[in-house]
Design a binder for this molecule. Structure first.
Ligand code: GTP
Length: 355
């Protein structure tokens, strides 16, 4: 029997730097033919667009397959397995498959899918790489909200210890074979060192924790771990799965595997006409993000008198933008995906972004 094709799962919270890391990997693939499967939260397919535009000969547009909006762990049967089957049926098979999960996905159900008989004889999970936004973790974004919970526990004994963000983070760390502390450029030496130590303590024994800036790690470090993660799932406990409803004593989760908290987050797209000036608009966006506690905002923006499209990326309060390619025949509109915890004031956010 032919050797199984290795597949690496790249996970990590919204905006941690998954797409950036994969882009660097493709640009430095050293002749390895890598196929990508991308799943994004938010409707615009921005990550796919950025990766397709990478222009690397080892990864053509056909090598990038996008799963429709949603979470990969909820669409295993309908989307993930058929996509893998399509990829595996190709004559010119890839050397390696890389799967970018959405920032809100739980990696465990995806890894479990590799045991499905439809694909299990042909492909194996080489390893799970969890990308972490070092700056956001250092600032406490994923901390258990101990103070708030303690205050509320006085009112409700059964309350979760976790915030939706801390739960996702724990699951993504628990499933990791390698953790990349990204955005090292935004951390001091001591902060970075302390964070690496902390994550080593939290991860399973033997997990490598590496620092990176712009996800720049050699392809041979990221790929070729040879773990076979689908074979040791019990070691990768799922914190998230057990929390939400205190019904651990029934088989509710087996009947409804989709109920694991994605409804705690929401996203929508805002469309607006051209902007006048990128710098002023970035300041406007940063203010909207602060005012409304938006987690992630990204999209493409049309700038008056500029033929190029401006890609705008914001993670928490940090806003980056750069001109990436001409609009060509595409309508000169600005389209932005907004992602946050459920309960965003959509009307106010839309008005503020369109102002
Ligand atoms: N300063 C700094 N910025 C980074 C680094 N890595 C990524 N970024 C920026 O962070 C933003 C988000 O990066 P992405 O690679 O799109 O993050 P992602 O994890 O794919 O995001 P989602 O798919 O939305 O979950 C972009 O503006 C990147 O340029 C880094 O090491 N340092």
């Amino acid at each position: 029997m032919a050797a199984k094709i290795p597949a690496t799962v790249v996970t990590g919270f919204l905006g941690a730097g998954k797409t950036t890391l994969i882009r660097h990997m493709l640009a430095n693939a050293e002749g390895k033919r890598i196929a990508l499967i991308i799943n994004e939260f938010g409707d615009l397919g921005i990550d796919g667009d950025i990766l397709k535009g990478c222009g690397d000969a080892t990864c053509t547009d056909e090598d990038v397959m996008e799963l429709s909006n949603g979470c990969i762990c909820c669409t295993v049967a309908d989307e993930f397995i058929p996509t893998m089957q399509k990829l595996l049926a190709r004559e010119d098979k890839p050397d390696h498959i890389v799967i970018e999960t959405s920032g809100l996905a739980l990696p465990q159900p995806l890894v479990r899918a590799f045991n499905w008989p439809e694909i299990s004889t042909q492909v194996t999970v080489d390893g799970v790489v969890t990308v972490v936004d070092g700056k956001a973790v250092d600032e406490g974004q994923f901390a258990h909200n101990v103070a708030a919970v303690d205050a509320q526990r006085k009112l409700d004994e059964n309350l979760d210890h976790e915030t939706p963000l801390s739960e996702l983070f724990e699951d993504q760390i628990a499933c990791a074979d390698m953790i990349v502390v990204n955005k090292a450029d935004l951390l001091g030496e001591d902060q970075a060192e302390a964070l690496v130590r902390k994550l080593k303590d939290e991860a399973r024994p033997g997990v490598h924790v590496l620092r990176a800036t712009m996800g720049a790690l050699p392809v041979d470090v990221l790929l070729g771990q040879g773990i076979g993660a689908e074979g040791d799932l019990e070691a990768r406990h799922e914190v998230h799965h057990h929390h939400h409803d205190n019904h651990d004593d029934d088989d509710h989760h087996d009947d409804h595997p989709h109920e694991h908290g994605h409804d705690e987050f929401e996203s929508f797209v805002v469309i607006r006409p051209e902007i006048e000036d990128p710098k002023t608009f970035a300041e406007q966006v940063a203010k909207v993000i602060r005012d409304h506690d938006i987690l992630r905002l990204k999209g493409f923006v049309a700038v008056k008198d500029k033929p190029m499209r401006l890609t705008l990326q914001a993670v928490g309060p940090r806003v980056d933008s750069y001109f990436d390619q001409p609009f060509g025949t595409a309508p000169r509109l600005s389209q932005l995906v907004v992602i946050g915890e459920a309960g965003l004031d959509r009307a106010a956010i839309e008005a503020a972004l369109k102002a």
